[in-house]
Write a protein that binds this ligand. Sequence first.
Ligand code: COA
Length: 161
Amino acid sequence: MKKIDYGDYEIRTAGIDDLAAIFHLGEQLFRADAVSNLYRTWDEYAVTSQFNAEPEFMLVAVAQDHTVVGFAIGSMIEKAATTWNYGHLVWLGVQPDYAGKGVGSALFDAFRDVIQEQGVRMMLVDTQADNKTAIRFFEKKGFTNPIGHIYMTLNLDPNQA
Ligand SMILES: CC(C)(COP(=O)(O)OP(=O)(O)OC[C@H]1O[C@@H](n2cnc3c(N)ncnc32)[C@H](O)[C@@H]1OP(=O)(O)O)[C@@H](O)C(=O)NCCC(=O)NCCS
């Protein structure tokens, strides 16, 4: 994608030099106690594997002082049985100092444009049911039809039975 200049920050495709900053920002935002996802966790692997597999779907918002202040990381899901491709926005994060200034919205719009250029006709996002900020954000971006999904756990530790 071409860089998009918003004055205070720009949105562009991430490069290898951005990975450490993305990882550290994600560590702040996706702490297990704050935004826990049982089926995926934020770690170095989440960033590097995604960068290696689909670098075109990893975008950053970079402030004038070159600080990474936000990122969008996604994946394309091709379904064999249908002509529809899904664009899954897996991680979206904005540095708290920059929250509420439109950075998340700009990252989202840029990500949507990139996947649309790749022929994606349906976008998919997911978050925890109690992440009201994210749900409000996605509703604002036009998402509807939330579907609940229940995760259950079974403790297999014999000492805890
Ligand atoms: C969700 C998140 C990316 C939003 O980024 P942001 O840059 O603050 O969002 P924007 O400033 O672009 O806001 C866009 C819209 O979202 C809504 N929104 C954003 N933050 C909100 C909040 N705290 N409460 C309610 N609505 C909110 C607003 O309606 C806003 O529209 P408006 O400007 O017309 O009022 C950011 O809060 C974040 O990084 N959260 C932690 C990580 C996370 O939960 N990611 C999503 C799941 S992967």
